[in-house]
Design a binder for this molecule. Structure first.
Ligand code: KG4
Ligand code: ZN
Length: 335
């Protein structure tokens, strides 16, 4: 079995995954200290990871009912993410690997979001086998990819500006909601009318690429106009605004995903990333293909189980290279 660590942003995560893709534990410690700042403060994230990492690892081993002696490898997110945050996970993984003489498997965070779909379900249902189309929508990335094997994927289209989660977080802020905004928008939207306002859905963007920046600006102007008109201002319409805004984000993600299915001829779909925890998005895509695999919400938002799932299909680093292994901050596929 593999111990996996994930510290790319503000969640300190450790999980134990068996060699046949079963999840024995999945510990996620979310750092609530950032909420007061309206966003993740990188330096604070690193310090929090330092404080939480060992506790989270101990907890993951304990919940799985195993010890370090039972592991065959340690896996860790190497990037993309916040450099200081990633370093805590990588340094911890290196320490365990070197001290225990275990192989270290570096994992790409985005490959992890795809690989969440390979895990055996809680009900024992097998994970999804490639080939399939995968929509990944998170706070830092949004793309639709073709997955032909367990170890890699090909990006078919990506956002040209903001990520879907970023658009939801920025929209939430305009509506006076706390960070991270996605779940708050979803909750507020549940009591609103998605057809109340018409926000742009990037029809001008060709192919499978996406764009969310115009949407955010459109919400800004709508809120301003409502506030200027008094009559309760934007606050009086916040549920309708949230529902309409969420609809525009979901609509664009779903349209690009359906188009990717059509273009590839694949009839198998998976989703991942924090925004894939969104109820209306999950509902909209659940019948989009003959086979649709939607991981549980805790496997969509950042977690270490998905890193363990990816590690089952990734090579271990050469032991001689482990001490010098470094993190990377940006998506290597876009370089
Ligand atoms: O994958 P993730 O946990 O971290 C990154 O890799 O970025 O994604 C975080 C993003 C945030 O923007 C958050 O607002 C969004 O996922 N998110 C949601 C929901 N839960 C998290 N967006 C919409 N609906 C949700 N229920
Ligand atoms: Zn993520």
């Amino acid at each position: 079995m593999i111990l996996a660590l994930e510290t790319s942003c503000d969640d300190t995560c450790a999980a134990v995954v068996t060699d046949d893709g079963r999840l024995l534990s999945n510990v996620i410690s979310s750092q609530e200290v950032h909420d007061a700042y309206g966003g993740v403060v990188p330096e604070i994230a690193s310090r929090q990871h330092l404080q939480l990492m060992n506790l989270v690892v101990d907890d993951a081993l304990k919940q799985a009912g195993v010890t370090l002696d039972d592991l065959r490898a340690v896996a860790v997110t190497r990037g993309p993410g916040l450099t200081g945050a990633l370093l805590v996970g990588l340094a911890t993984a290196k320490a365990i690997a070197v001290a225990r003489g275990l192989p270290l498997i570096p994992v790409d965070h985005l490959q992890g979001h795809v690989a969440a779909n390979f895990l055996v379900g809680e009900d024992g249902a097998p994970g999804l086998e490639p080939p399939f189309v995968c929509l990944v929508a998170s706070g830092g990335h949004s793309f639709v990819a073709r997955v032909d094997d367990h170890a890699s994927f090909t990006v078919l289209g990506r956002t040209l500006d903001d990520a879907a989660g970023e658009a939801l977080d920025k929209g939430a802020r305009l509506l006076g909601l706390p960070f991270p905004g996605g779940p708050h928008v979803e909750r507020l939207a549940a009591g609103g009318d998605a057809a109340a306002f018409s926000f742009p859905v990037a029809h001008g963007v060709p192919g499978l690429d996406m764009s969310f920046a115009g949407l955010k600006t459109s919400l800004l102007y709508t809120v301003r106009d409502l506030d200027a008109a008094h009559d309760g201002g934007a606050a009086a319409r916040s549920a309708d605004l949230a529902a309409s805004y969420q609809h525009a984000v979901v609509d664009q993600l779903a349209r690009r995903t359906v188009r990717a299915l059509e273009q590839t001829g694949l009839d198998r779909l998976a989703i991942g990333g924090g925004v894939a925890a969104n109820g209306p998005l999950r509902a909209r895509l659940q019948d989009a293909a003959g086979t649709v695999h939607i991981p549980g919400r805790a496997l969509c938002t950042d977690n270490a189980a998905m890193i363990g799932a990816a590690a089952l299909h990734q090579p271990a680093a050469d032991p001689a290279d482990v001490p010098g292994l470094d993190v990377y901050a940006t998506d290597r596929r876009s370089l």
